[in-house]
Design a protein around this ligand. Structure first.
Ligand SMILES: [Zn+2]
Length: 235
C-alpha cells in the first residue's frame, strides 16, 4: 500500500509505504508485544508515525496488554457459564456471540474488547438476566428451563425484589425512603438493606406493611388482620 505524506527528513511530500513491525512496550510495569504500523518514505527510507498511526498503535498496544492480562481465563469462563447451567451455544446466544464463539474462548481463544466487556457484564447475575430476557427467544426450551433453574439466574431473580419493591411503593413512600437514605448518607438499596437487618427489623416490617396496603391482593389479606400502620421509617 502506498500513499503520499510530508516527510520531515526530505522536507517535502513523498510517496510512502505502510510498514508493519512487532514492537515491545511496557504498560503498568509489564512488557507486551504488539503490531505497530509506520509510514516509510520511499525516497530517504525514514520511518515515522503518521498522526492516525499514532492512535492506532496506542490502541494496538493497549489491546495487546488487555488480551494478555485482562482477558478471562478459559477456566473462569467455564465456571461463569456453569453458574447459569448454560450450554456453550446457549450462553453465546444470550450474550449475542456467534454459535461457536464460547467454544473458542473456552479452548484458549482470546475475546476481543467488546466480548470481554459482555463477559464481564455477564458475571453480574442481574445483567445476565437482562441479557437473557432479550435473547432467550434464540435458545431452545430445554436450555431455557436449565438456565432458569440455575443458581446464577435465581440470584438475579432474588435481587429483582428491590426493583419490584420500588414499583409497589407509592410515590410518597418512595420519597420517605429516599429522604431517610439521604439523611443517613446511604444509597436507597443500603437503606432498604438496613430495614432488613435485625436491628431495624421492626421498621422493615412496617415498610412491608405499607407496601401491602398499596396492593389489591394484600388488602384482601389485610382485611382479616388489623389495618396496617402507615409507613413510618426511622433513619
Ligand atoms: Zn524522505
Amino acid at each position: 500500500m502506498s500513499n503520499r505524506l510530508p516527510c520531515s527528513r526530505c522536507g517535502v511530500t513523498r510517496d510512502i509505504e505502510i510498514i508493519e513491525r512487532v514492537e515491545q512496550v511496557t504498560i503498568k510495569g509489564r512488557e507486551v508485544s504488539y503490531k505497530a504500523h509506520y509510514s516509510r518514505c520511499l525516497t530517504c527510507g525514514d520511518e515515522f508515525e503518521a498522526p492516525g498511526q499514532l492512535d492506532t498503535n496506542l490502541d494496538a498496544a493497549r489491546e495487546a496488554y488487555a488480551r494478555l492480562y485482562e482477558a478471562p481465563s478459559p477456566e473462569a469462563l467455564v465456571s461463569l457459564r456453569a453458574c447459569y447451567n448454560a450450554s456453550q451455544k446457549a450462553f453465546g446466544a444470550i450474550l449475542g456471540f456467534g454459535e461457536l464463539t464460547m467454544n473458542g474462548y473456552e479452548s484458549g481463544g482470546t475475546p476481543d474488547s467488546t466480548n470481554r466487556l459482555l463477559l464481564k457484564l455477564a458475571a453480574d447475575p442481574c445483567t445476565f438476566k437482562a441479557m437473557y430476557d432479550i435473547n432467550s427467544g434464540k435458545i431452545g426450551m430445554t436450555q431455557r428451563r436449565r438456565i432458569e433453574e440455575s443458581p446464577g439466574y435465581k440470584a438475579a431473580s432474588s435481587w429483582e425484589g428491590l426493583e419490584a419493591l420500588s414499583r409497589e411503593l407509592t410515590e410518597l413512600q418512595r420519597v420517605k425512603v429516599e429522604e431517610c437514605a439521604t439523611r443517613a448518607g446511604r444509597t436507597v438499596p443500603e437503606q432498604v438493606a438496613r430495614y432488613v437487618g435485625d436491628s431495624s427489623f421492626r421498621d422493615y416490617s412496617r415498610l412491608m406493611e405499607g407496601i401491602s396496603w398499596s396492593t389489591g391482593v394484600a388488602q384482601v389479606i389485610d382485611m382479616k388482620s388489623e389495618a396496617p400502620a402507615p409507613l413510618s421509617v426511622a433513619s
